[in-house]
Design a binder for this molecule. Sequence first.
Ligand code: AMP
Length: 429
Amino acid sequence: MKLKPVKGMQDILPEEVRRWQLVEARFRRAVELHGFAEVRTPLLEATELFQRSTGETTEVVEKQMFTLERGSESLSLRPEGTPSSARAYIHESVYAKQPVSRWYYLGPMFRAEQPQRGRQRQFHQAGCEIYGDAGPLCDAELIDMLYGLLSDLGVAGLKVSVNSLGGNESRARYRDALIAYFKPRAAELSPHAQERFEQNPLRVLDSKDERDRAVAKAAPSILELLTPDDRAHWQGLLDALDALGTPYEVDQQLVRGLDYYTRTTFEISTTSGAIGSQNALLGGGRYDDMIAGLGGPATPAIGFAMGLERVLLALGEFEAAPPAWVAVAPLAAPQQNPALKLAKRLRQQGFTVEVDGRGTSLKSMLRRANGGGARFCVVLGESELARDVVQLKDLARHEQEEVPLDQLVARLTARLTEPVTSTESEDRG
Ligand code: AMP
């Protein structure tokens, strides 16, 4: 039997990983320029962590967690990064040492969703969290950073949506208003929403069910119910985004699927059609009550998570070229150890080198070098070894020259800096 990966989980092979690394490197650079430092937390956490933060009535916790029982413990693979990061922040008492902390993470997340284009069971998120800053300026800064990152990467049709859910008081008013709105219309809702709307009416706004969407369309807006403080925060965000020149749209239905949001919520999607219906590239918002809810001191916080699969889908095909590399081909056994030593010296000079140690014909070694995309093949035979020279084959240019060993690095460097014309590289066999 041929073993397959688990449903909704994918292997990412080296050529594709290079594309990932390019996006990851741009992400790291953008967030590090904003003062974020990387945190790494375990993939497995107590199930209770997600119940208490992501929320027991969210779809993610209710239906999608990969949970395992071990002895008396219930453990779950993290469905998102924010709870683990918050747990670490509290557990390590970071609030006492560095009250304002900016963290970022990159890594796999797990949700048992129905797989489709842009939706997997193991997917990857890159995210940031800011702890200890309640003001709207950092909200605007995050949104602007992400808009800049995605536009610089070349994602087309970006749409930034923002909303505010207010703090506890505004949310309580909003809950009441929503329940009052849904109650007389309950029969039009999906069965799941009918069951849940009194417990978690915000969830209905986030439902993907057409029946719920139709009813939710005319639901009351939270923005009209905000307390003066929440309203000032919201206005502060919009003013800062205007000052930065970040384009945005206010979307009063944007509640996001997780329970913990307070005040600012945002999402960036692409309208280019490149990733079909799953067009949200990232989502985030404030969660000013989570740290206290998990047993830490009251600490405001905001974060987001960007789906790396989705960003890559949105970027479409692009080539991430491997570094130019050198194949070293010893013609016979006596040249094999000298070839190893030569490769080691070249690596010390910063070249990527592979030695062909299979002991096969030159033809076969050249086929491997060409097939693997090597730029050069350095051939070492008996007479070359005796004279301290090598045959340097420039595979992109179809040229060969004899080079004294002590000039090899200089020749390789010189050839790498002269541009190869496209006809030279096209007819490479
Ligand atoms: P969330 O953690 O649900 O707020 O999602 C944040 C972002 O993660 C989304 O905008 C997607 O880009 C990505 N994402 C969430 N769930 C999945 C999934 N099952 N497969 C792929 N990407 C996902």
